[in-house]
Design a protein around this ligand. Structure first.
Ligand SMILES: NC(=O)c1ccc[n+]([C@@H]2O[C@H](COP(=O)([O-])OP(=O)(O)OC[C@H]3O[C@@H](n4cnc5c(N)ncnc54)[C@H](O)[C@@H]3O)[C@@H](O)[C@H]2O)c1
Ligand SMILES: O=C(O)C[C@H](O)C(=O)O
Length: 349
């Protein structure tokens, strides 16, 4: 996947090696790819800026809309000088939100506050729930058909908030709303490759459940390439490290925020998968936290097949080891409570 993104970025740069123009906007077009507008809400932030860079490098993007409450003109001017296909516009302040969203095919939301050491993701709820609610209200108004990629934490609650906002607005389509859990998969792949001593680029590991602590459930029994040399204790340690990956970064950053670069990478992979699905590329499968009937919970992360309308199929969990089965049962009460908290907030405020 990583190689594919770098290859496509490289291809875009080669394709666009045209003489530079003095204009703020570029007009490079590709004959084969359809026009696609991607909006990033929170684009001037720690995730937003590198994500803007990666989406500017994605040849599937024809228009990149960068929105934040402040500082987006600078980010947009900077990114717009890269000689790739996407035309970049920056929007700052609520009065420009409608324009930023209009015509979007994919909206990525990394807007909101990040954790500091000692905090859980749920500690962000009080601030981020309101931010997500107001942004989703605008999405329902200005681009109700867009695929929404929710990054803002706590994802286990912000995704249900988004669903409720869209239901109230009459625009909810469960096929188009995604909680981004790709960073859990990215981490699980990296940690597994290190322990199993297999080439990281070939590794696949599904991660199911949600996106906080024990609700993150990597299924190492399904990891490929298979490794016969991992003891039960090593699988437990890998599981714990994946569940605590976010905290590992929060503590290392010591008060200066949470994962931004790895998250931008993960967000770019997931958005790229959404765009490929929209464009009709077959067999695009990524894990995501979506409306689901895989368990009794209304939202759950599992493998999802992406297509021209968003979710084409929510795939089942496959065979679980006893350890994973136990993990699945243990995560349900916490995930259920976080989902209900989001639904309640959206309907009370
Ligand atoms: N899903 C995941 O795997 C994952 C991974 C890492 C971080 N996150 C979450 O992503 C969020 C952002 O993290 P960050 O490190 O980029 O934070 P940050 O503080 O660096 O950036 C957040 C940006 O959001 C902007 N913002 C705030 N209110 C806004 C609004 N109403 N409209 C538009 N923009 C607004 C801020 O101005 C800021 O630029 C956090 O909630 C964090 O917990 C999620
Ligand atoms: O850990 C966090 O607070 C940010 C994010 O959810 C992550 O997994 O890195």
């Amino acid at each position: 996947m990583k190689t594919a993104i770098l290859r496509s970025a490289g291809a875009a740069l080669r394709r666009n090696a045209a003489p530079s123009r003095p204009s703020h906007r570029s007009h490079y077009s590709t004959a084969s790819e359809p026009e696609r507008k991607v909006a990033i809400l929170g684009a001037a932030g720690g995730i937003g800026q590198p994500l803007a860079l990666l989406m500017k490098l994605n040849p599937l993007v024809s228009s990149l809309s960068l929105y934040d409450i402040a500082n987006t003109p600078g980010v947009a001017a900077d990114v717009s000088h890269i000689n790739s296909r996407a035309q970049v516009e920056g929007y700052a302040g609520e009065e420009q939100l409608g324009k930023a969203l209009e015509g979007s095919d994919v909206v990525i939301i990394p807007a909101g506050v990040p954790r500091k050491p000692g905090m859980t993701r749920d500690d962000l709820f009080n601030i981020n729930a309101g931010i997500v609610k107001s942004l989703c209200t605008a999405i329902a108004k200005y681009c109700p058909s867009a695929l929404v990629n929710m990054i803002s934490n706590p994802v286990n609650s912000t995704l249900p908030i988004a669903a409720e906002v869209f239901k109230k607005a009459g625009t909810y389509d469960e096929k188009k709303l995604f909680g981004v859990t790709t960073l859990d998969v990215v981490r699980a792949k990296t940690f597994y490759a290190g322990k199993a001593e297999v080439p990281v680029a070939e590794v696949n590991v599904p991660v199911v459940g949600g996106h906080a602590g024990i609700t993150i459930l990597p299924l190492f029994s399904q990891a490929t390439p298979k490794s016969n040399n991992l003891a039960d204790e090593e699988i437990k340690a890998l599981t714990k490290r994946t569940q605590d990956g976010g905290t590992e970064v929060v503590e290392a950053k010591a008060g200066k925020g949470s994962a931004t670069l790895s998250m931008a990478y993960a967000g770019a992979i997931f958005a790229d998968a959404c765009l490929k699905g929209l464009n009709g590329v077959p067999d695009i499968v990524e894990c995501s936290f979506v409306q689901s009937s895989v368990t009794e919970l209304p939202f759950f992360a599992s493998k999802v097949r992406l297509g021209k309308n968003g979710v084409e199929e929510v795939l089942g969990l496959g065979p679980l080891s006893d350890y994973e089965q136990q993990g699945l049962e243990s995560l349900k009460p916490e995930l259920k409570a976080s989902i209900e908290k989001g639904i309640k907030f959206a309907n009370q405020n």
